[in-house]
Ligand binder design. Sequence first.
Ligand code: SAH
Ligand code: SF4
Length: 407
Amino acid sequence: MSDPMTARTLSMAAPEALLVAERPGPRDPRPGLSGLEPAVLAAWLRDRAVPAYRAKQVRDHLWTRSDGTFAAMQTLPAPLRAELEAAFRADALMETDVRPADAGLTEKALHMLDDGTVVESVSMHYPPRAGRRERHTICISSQAGCAVGCPFCATGELGFGRDLDVAEMVDQVRFWQRRLTPAGSHVTNVVFMGMGEPLLNAERVFAAAAALTDPERFGLGARHVTISTSGVVPGIEALSALRPRYTLAVSLHAARPELRDVLVPLNRRYPAARVVEAATAYAEATGRRVSYEVVMIEGINDTPVDAAAMARLLRGRLVHVNLIPMNPVAHTPWQPSSPERIAVFAAILEAAGVATTVRHNRGIEIGAACGQLAAERAGTPSPAAVARRRELLERQSAAALVGAAAR
Ligand code: SAH
Ligand code: SF4
């Protein structure tokens, strides 16, 4: 095809080429169909005198079948398909490269968007067990790269690319649903834990979550959608005002300000105490328990002093803490905490009445499932850059630890 928008295909044979689009090309002016508000699509169809039963067929192709091409929408007459194709894109993802992990229980995808930007999503399959139905959890990206720059995170290392639009988020889920449909299976959970900080792209993230939970569209239960944030207070407040029943996950990582400043640089703007207040207000507005994620880094944030500080910050609130051993990334000197240190940390939280779970290294349970692939594709930084980064982190975290010892 000679369409300039689709000419930037990626070669499945040479996946290393995937992330080379450092300077993304122009955007396709046609909006993705799944990102349209239903009223907008309905009006577009009405303007063309498309009968109501045809409008319903379009919705079925989009949401029930998750069709990714207009050619697949066979029940529609060819002229309508052509008109739709001239105005919209059936799929906001141009090309996708899927690779299995964990013996097929986890699958990771790299999606190329219209301008050559690459983002990542992950599908985690949980077989049925002990009376529980099978689950398929999809972890999606909300931005290409991330501006927050948490030093333990592969996406943070990429820096910020751009916000994803609504269709680009929703179509990551539709992509995985298409793969599940032949087996009669459904996406059961969606987590915004891929690349990017969802609450720095809040309006579009809320619109994508609304599309995914609308019974007339993708139809997930609101409780089955999780929005994870590094602590964007205005975003948490905006979410509270909407009063959805989504799960809010806060990436806390440390309670002491001097250490959280290093691990989550956004802490300088929105300190943990304010984040926890905003998240508590969310719990009160929605009745939903807030999850707190703590990536456990050996000798850095896993000390008893840090556990005690976290216990003081969270005790008496409707929370659940997840302790997740850090997934090692190339540019840091850090390693995951040992199970013994994690157990001590968990015991201190539990003793303060803070519900705590230790997660194991699988899929989303390491969070880092997302973002890692894309960073790998971005190429290895020069050894000198890695060495500088490591030295800086060692200095900063050592200073934060001295702060802990002085208390
Ligand atoms: N920006 C949002 C959502 C995307 S990151 C946020 O930070 O919450 C999703 C989760 O992956 C976060 O909890 C993050 O802390 C975690 N994560 C990032 N890098 C990781 C690593 N190397 N090991 C383990 N978890 C990591
Ligand atoms: Fe961004 Fe989340 Fe990674 Fe921090 S952990 S850099 S907020 S994606």
